[in-house]
Design a binder for this molecule. Structure first.
Ligand SMILES: NC(=O)c1ccc[n+]([C@@H]2O[C@H](COP(=O)([O-])OP(=O)(O)OC[C@H]3O[C@@H](n4cnc5c(N)ncnc54)[C@H](OP(=O)(O)O)[C@@H]3O)[C@@H](O)[C@H]2O)c1
Length: 437
């Protein structure tokens, strides 16, 4: 056995550079915990001439992944490139070659989990993916080991720091969405192309990965209902605040009598709800277990520091397996492969929720009565109403804001479709679901 644990790193961007810095600054502590020095001997990037502000003098660099994959001395492969196709090849090849693999690639695990996880299950090496969800929040280990003795009933959380930062700016500074997005980009909290974050796709990737572990099954990413935050307006933030709510972007999955329902979208949470006070780029994940009750994990869900710590946690665990010579680490998703079966989600149209509805209407006699009648036709009862705006002239647009009692999603959608065609409608109708508990 070598005197060192040798690591090959693919990708020296936000996460990879953080790992190199962390290992260089915490080398002694990590060596004590592992019992052997851990060193990065090889690295792969796409641009070798790029200045990175890192000491790479002891790392042999290349642009070719085979530089690492074909080296028999590399014990642990870090896939920190991102994307789907190349990352998939790298992970599958490394696993086949018996190496331990650590990845942060939530998109790949969410969309190709049915290929990656079984391969990891059958491979002799350790497979770590803690960084893929919540980074410095150790939710993967918590679900897989800490809560392995309980039946998980619900996971709900704020798992995208960019969206949460934008919503926080809108709530605290009265900004419109576009201005808050620009501020997030200036602060380095949103990518130049923020689509994955603001459309809810990144949060959905993380939800699917957590569901695979919590509910012991393979869920199809394409079945998940996903809505982002780009349609939320400063006006909605103001109205919902008057009603005692905060708007948050929440990823949620829960067991119901009909099966497992899961969705990712903005929600109104009561101001005294624990998620209401999760602000800026922080993440928080609530897990409800049958015996344990509710547990809350909170921390920074992105950034070089938190990501590097999460990757390093997986490296240390991999080192422990390598040190003890264990050939078959625990399953990546807490149950044997045979029991890991495809699971279907309850269709979104059948879920029940309370709703915030904002109609932008021309001020005419009988509009509220008409809307109430259509809602009643589809079994939707109204809990409270606010009519706003001081039209100076008849027909000037005003907002009618309604909070409904619990209703079925399909009924709400059909009712809104019927109302949409009316001549008094002066703009887009806003719908935000309400988180009751
Ligand atoms: N950023 C976060 O806070 C965070 C948190 C959790 C998880 N993650 C995940 O971590 C992964 C990496 O994210 P990141 O933010 O570090 O990305 P990034 O800053 O874009 O870095 C990507 C790195 O991969 C290299 N790379 C890309 N394509 C390559 C190719 N074809 N061949 C060789 N090298 C290639 C790039 O090389 P060059 O530098 O030469 O261009 C760069 O060093 C992603 O899966 C992401 O979802 C990120």
């Amino acid at each position: 056995m070598s005197d060192f644990i040798n690591v090959g790193i693919l990708g020296l961007g936000n996460v990879g550079a953080g790992v190199v810095r962390l290992l260089s600054e915490k080398r002694t502590i990590i060596e004590k915990r592992v019992g052997k020095p851990v060193r990065i001997t090889k690295g792969v990037v796409s641009n070798l001439t790029q200045k990175r502000g890192l000491d790479l003098s002891e790392i042999q660099m290349s642009t070719n992944p085979e530089h690492i994959l074909n080296d028999p001395d590399i014990d642990i492969v870090l896939e920190l490139i991102g994307g789907l196709s190349l990352a998939e090849t790298i992970i599958l090849t490394a696993l086949k070659k018996g190496k331990s693999v650590v990845t942060a690639n939530k998109a790949l695990l969410a969309e190709k989990g049915s290929i990656i996880f079984p391969a990891a299950h059958d491979a002799p090496g350790f497979f770590g993916f803690e960084t893929s969800v919540g980074t410095a929040i150790p939710i993967i280990r918590t679900l897989r080991e800490g809560f392995a003795g309980d039946e998980i009933l619900k996971i709900s959380g704020i798992v995208n720091g960019t969206s949460n930062y934008i919503l926080t700016c809108m709530a605290q500074e009265g900004m419109e969405f576009e201005d808050a997005l620009e501020k997030a980009q200036e602060k380095g909290l949103a990518e130049t192309d923020p689509t994955l974050d603001i459309q809810g796709i990144d949060a959905a990737h993380k939800l699917i990965i957590m569901m695979n572990i919590a509910f012991n099954g393979v869920f199809d990413f394409s079945e998940l209902y996903i809505e982002g935050i780009s349609d939320i307006t400063a006006l909605d933030i103001r109205y919902t605040s008057q009603l005692g709510y905060t708007i948050k972007h929440v990823a949620k999955a829960q067991t119901t009598k009909a099966g497992i329902e899961a969705h990712v979208h903005p929600v109104l949470v009561p101001r005294d709800h624990i998620l209401s006070s999760v602000n800026n780029a922080f993440n928080s994940i609530l897990v409800l277990g049958e015996f344990m009750g509710s547990s809350n994990l909170y921390g920074l869900g992105a950034g070089p520091g938190p990501s590097a710590v999460a990757v390093m946690g997986d490296i240390v665990e991999a080192c422990r397996y390598i040190q003890t010579g264990q050939q078959r680490p625990i399953s990546p998703f807490s149950i044997p492969l045979e029991a890991w079966t495809p699971r279907q989600l309850v269709p979104m149209e059948t879920i029940r929720s309370e709703y915030y509805l904002r109609f932008h209407v021309r001020d005419r006699l009988g509009v509220l009565a008409f809307i109430s009648r259509i809602l009643a036709k589809y079994r939707i009862s109204v809990r409270s109403v606010i009519q706003t705006g001081e039209p100076t002239k008849k027909e000037n647009p005003v907002d009618i804001v309604l909070i409904t009692h619990e209703a079925v999603e399909a009924d709400i959608q059909t009712a809104l479709e019927e109302i949409k065609g009316q001549s008094f409608i002066a703009g887009r109708t806003q719908l935000i679901r309400i988180e009751a508990e």
